[in-house]
Structures are given as structure tokens and as C-alpha cells.
Design a protein around this ligand. Structure first.
Ligand SMILES: NC(=O)C1=CN([C@@H]2O[C@H](COP(=O)(O)OP(=O)(O)OC[C@H]3O[C@@H](n4cnc5c(N)ncnc54)[C@H](O)[C@@H]3O)[C@@H](O)[C@H]2O)C=CC1
Ligand SMILES: [Mg+2]
Ligand SMILES: [Zn+2]
Length: 264
């Protein structure tokens, strides 16, 4: 619930600007509201760290130092995901100021994470928008399929990812995205795990899959390059530690190794 922050409220303080968060010496500010001049602002408790409340403070037009949440992937998983929650809620509140049904002003709900229409005869509620996006590592014997995406400025090679379309299963989305982006057909699609991804509001749903058929054919608007990499040859630059992409790649490389072992 959003409330006015009191001078003696205490805990950890999450101040966000888009996908950037305020840090002091690489740490979340911790202490009394007064220490960080957030008393009188609106805030809500969105979780607990070391038994201390984590306060999400309304986005401020201030001169504090903000840093990209992407650069905090080294943090313990649970903490990183709590920060994702804050960034995603802030994005949601900022982009849902008016009712999608009647156009009246929305307000933040009292009893759950939602916004509610102020119009008495409407009261329509909207919940935080989370966009499911599949992500998949594809294996062909002892090789892994990795792609250099147009959105990556550097030379990183990673897994295939893409948003789930309305009216399709996650597994269908996996098969469709791999085929669209690389021309490869996959089989044996299995779920591995998920990851909140606050850029701005994706929910990564991670899979492994095996090669079925086809030759690499790039979707050039999205993919610069895609190749099969042997697990025991030098690999390209991979995504950073903490990403589900890297986890899927590591698991697949292990399977490549096992597959090479079983051939011999
Ligand atoms: N955490 C991780 O390890 C990784 C996360 N990702 C994330 O996966 C997500 C999807 O990857 P892409 O290849 O970009 O998706 P994509 O292959 O579906 O292409 C992006 C395009 O999909 C359309 N689209 C459909 N629904 C959308 C939605 N809800 N939000 C934004 N665009 C939507 C837009 O036209 C957009 O240009 C991205 O947010 C990316 O940051 C990607 C790789 C690794
Ligand atoms: Mg994609
Ligand atoms: Zn309304």
C-alpha cells in the first residue's frame, strides 16, 4: 500500500528512475527516512531484506546518483529479483495513470499491487503487466546454437529469446521463435526455470531444446549472426553471470560434453 513516509520509518530505500536505481557506494541506502531525505514522499513496502523492510519510493525528480539495474546482476538472486519488483511496479504505476476502460484517473489500490479507477461507477482494476518471454538453448549433439543479436552492441553470443504471443503455449513460442530467428526446427522442449527481467517488464521462461532439422537461416532484422559452437572449442563472449541465458548455456554445454562422451 502506498503511504506517506514518516520521518522515523526505516529500512532499505529503493529509488528508481526507469530501470536505474539509486545506490550509494554500490549499496542500497539503509537507515532512517530522514538520513536520505525521503520523509513526506510516497512509498510502499515491497519486501524484506535481512528482516528489514524494503521501501519503494515514488519516482523523484532529483539529483541523486542512479545506476543501471542490469549492472547489479552479481547480487544474490533474491535481492536482484526484489529490485526487479520495485522497478517493474514503478514502471507499471507510471504507465497506468488512466483507466483503460473509462479514461478516468487511476489510484494505487490499498490491498494489493494494482491500480484502481477513481470513477465510482467503474472501479476497474488493472494489475502489474508482466510480459512472458521464452528463452531457449538449443543443442545439436555436442554443439550449441548461439546468436549475436542486433540489440547487442558488442560481440556477445547468446540464446534465442522472444515474447510469447497471445493464444500460444510457451512451447509453441519456443519452436516459433527459434524457427523465425534461425530457421532451425527443435524437439524435446523442456522447461528449466524462470527469471524476472525488469527491462522493462519481461518474465523470462527458460527452456532447453534439441535440434530436429533445418539449416541456419538468419532473420536479419533481429540476428546479426548465429552459429553452432562445439563445447570443447573456444567460445565467443557469453552473457553475464546472473542471467538465465548463461545458466541455459552452461547446462547445454554440460549436455554437449556428456553427448560427446557417449559417442566415443
Ligand atoms: N535475462 C536474460 O538472460 C535475457 C533476457 N532477454 C530479454 O528477452 C526479451 C525478449 O527478447 P527479444 O529477442 O527482444 O524478443 P522478440 O524476439 O519477441 O523481439 C522483440 C520484438 O517483439 C515485439 N514485442 C512483442 N511483444 C512485446 C512486448 N511485450 N514487449 C516488447 N516487445 C514486444 C516488438 O516488436 C519487439 O521489437 C527482451 O526483453 C530481452 O531483454 C533476452 C536474452 C537474455
Ligand atoms: Mg528475439
Ligand atoms: Zn474506469
Amino acid at each position: 500500500m502506498m503511504q506517506k513516509i514518516n520521518i522515523n520509518d526505516q529500512g532499505f530505500w529503493l529509488l528508481t528512475k526507469g530501470s536505474n536505481i539509486h545506490l550509494i557506494n554500490h549499496q542500497l541506502p539503509k537507515g532512517n527516512a530522514e538520513d536520505f531525505a525521503v520523509q513526506g514522499k510516497s512509498g510502499m513496502i515491497i519486501g524484506y531484506i535481512e528482516n528489514q523492510p524494503l521501501w519503494l519510493v515514488e519516482e523523484l525528480d532529483d539529483e541523486r546518483a542512479y545506476f543501471s539495474l542490469r549492472d547489479q546482476l552479481y547480487l544474490p538472486e533474491e535481492l536482484f529479483y526484489l529490485l526487479c519488483r520495485g522497478v517493474e511496479l514503478n514502471h507499471f504505476f507510471n504507465t497506468h495513470q488512466f483507466c483503460g476502460k473509462c479514461g478516468s484517473k487511476m489510484q494505487i489500490a490499498e490491498d494489493e499491487w494494482a491500480v484502481q479507477c477513481r470513477n465510482e461507477s467503474c472501479h476497474y482494476r488493472t494489475y502489474p503487466v508482466i510480459c512472458p518471454s521464452i528463452i531457449v538453448a538449443v543443442r545439436r549433439d555436442d554443439h550449441i546454437l548461439l546468436a549475436n543479436h542486433v540489440r547487442h552492441k558488442g560481440g556477445i553470443y547468446t540464446t534465442i529469446a522472444g515474447f510469447v504471443e497471445v493464444g500460444e503455449t510457451f512451447e509453441q513460442a519456443v519452436a516459433r521463435e527459434v524457427f523465425e530467428e534461425t530457421g532451425i526446427k527443435v524437439k524435446n522442449i523442456r522447461y528449466v526455470g524462470s527469471q524476472p527481467w525488469a527491462f522493462p517488464n519481461s518474465q523470462m521462461v527458460g527452456f532447453l531444446a534439441d535440434y530436429e532439422s533445418g539449416e541456419i537461416c538468419l532473420q536479419e532484422e533481429e540476428i546479426h549472426d548465429a552459429k553452432w559452437f562445439a563445447y570443447n572449442q573456444p567460445l565467443p563472449e557469453l552473457p553475464p553471470k546472473g542471467t538465465i541465458a548463461l545458466k541455459l548455456i552452461e547446462q547445454t554445454l554440460e549436455l554437449c560434453k556428456q553427448s560427446a562422451g557417449s559417442i566415443r
